[in-house]
Design a protein around this ligand. Structure first.
Ligand code: ADP
Ligand code: MG
Length: 367
């Protein structure tokens, strides 16, 4: 967070909330589950049929039904946000929802349906290749972390070492030892994402369960320097695949498992509390209550443009979880951010590199 570079007249901009409903799975079709979700994409509306009472209707910035593809969501909603990041704004896209509703399908993609994260990389590099010139240089660096039970792990470090978050609430938080890798192409970034995912999975026999219980955050920083004006803009983007939002079942779980479940839920309930506090304009926002909310502090109520993608399933047996997700998503619509372009922040790596080049050049000249 670059307080010193921030003008006082930042314009408020609400978090954009998008709902995506996945199709019935083969299993759900075979078991003849009824579909209870209706989506009206042209109105951004989602309705859930209530077998016992009144149907629930919600509206959002956009709503996508089971026929939609990730390309459309990217082009309509995410592309403008990534364009802003390339222009020096901070951004965040986070996927929220019950396990099995398509968070990873949306963010990373499956099979031929490329997700938002690799699409973002390709969009960024297409822009960089189009705009690079003797006057304009770019530096893209990536980090990838996982949050699990209040531990933050570095997915790009060999041993996935634990990381510490530092900083004061007022000045924002940062993670000093997090690996940051400079990338030169979209393919290199995709390879980093895959390497991080492999690290996430290694040594786990329960990868599906683990990924449904942990949060993955891919962080991209794009610096753009203009030689003629000596100006550097820095945009930071968080791409987040959250843990499953379902309530953990109590039956049959060991004491250890219950404690674990409570702590997993803590991060998501802290996120819910932060969203509520911001939506209600409360003077105190409890960012400090979990590491997830510390990391997302700027993305929620701060210097960022943010999109929440709420993923839901259409089948009747998910009714309660679906309505819970839709309510949560509806509340997030009221969050106001204050995005400003980050111009000439002190931590710009390009600035450091330029100073180093100048130092080496003068050393050579002295010889
Ligand atoms: P989550 O990450 O929320 O637990 P996944 O992304 O793993 O859920 O999705 C669960 C399953 O549903 C996967 O097999 C995935 O391919 C499929 N799926 C999810 N969303 C869609 C979609 N929009 N279209 C087709 N299949 C989907
Ligand atoms: Mg997943």
């Amino acid at each position: 967070m670059e307080k010193s570079a921030r003008p006082r007249t930042a314009l408020n901009e609400c978090v954009k909330v998008v709902v995506r409903c996945r199709p019935l799975s083969e299993r759900e079709k075979n078991e003849s589950y009824e579909e209870v979700v209706k989506v009206w994409p042209e109105r951004g509306a989602v309705q859930v049929d209530n077998p016992k009472g009144q149907d629930k209707l919600f509206t959002y910035d956009a709503a996508y039904d089971c026929t939609s593809d990730t390309k459309t969501i990217y082009d309509e909603m995410v592309r403008p946000l990534v364009a802003s990041v390339l222009d020096g704004f901070n951004g965040c896209v986070f996927a929220y929802g019950q396990t099995g509703t398509g968070k990873t399908h949306t963010m990373e993609g499956t099979g031929d349906d490329e997700g938002i994260i690799p699409r973002t990389f390709r969009h960024m590099w297409a822009h960089i290749e189009n705009t690079a010139s003797p006057d304009v240089t770019h530096l893209v660096s990536c980090s990838y972390i996982e949050l699990y039970l209040e531990d933050v792990r570095d997915l790009l470090a060999k041993d996935c070492k634990k990381l510490t978050i530092r900083g004061q609430e007022l000045n924002g938080f940062y993670i000093p030892e997090m690996t940051s890798i400079v990338c030169k192409s979209a393919n290199e970034m995709v390879r980093l994402m895959r390497a991080g995912n492999k690290n996430r999975a290694s040594g786990r026999t329960d990868m599906n369960e683990h990924s449904s219980r942990s949060h993955a955050v891919f962080l991209v920083t794009v610096e753009t320097a203009h030689r003629s004006t000596d100006r550097i803009r820095v945009g930071k983007l968080n791409l987040v695949d959250l843990a499953g939002s379902e309530r953990q079942r109590k039956t049959g779980a060991s004491a250890d498992r219950l404690r674990e479940a409570a702590r997993i839920n803590q991060a998501l309930s802290s996120l819910g509390n932060v969203i509520s506090a911001l939506a209600e304009n409360s003077p105190h926002v409890p960012y400090r209550d979990s590491k997830l909310t510390r990391i997302l502090q700027d993305s929620l109520g701060g210097n960022s443009k943010t999109i929440m993608i709420a993923n839901i399933g259409p089948a009747s047996y998910n009714y309660d979880e679906t309505v819970t997700t839709l309510r949560y998503a509806h509340r997030a619509k009221a969050i106001k951010n204050k995005p400003v372009r980050n111009e000439d922040p002190k931590d710009a790596k390009l600035r450091e590199y330029q100073a180093e080049i100048e130092r080496l050049r003068s050393l050579i000249e002295q010889r």
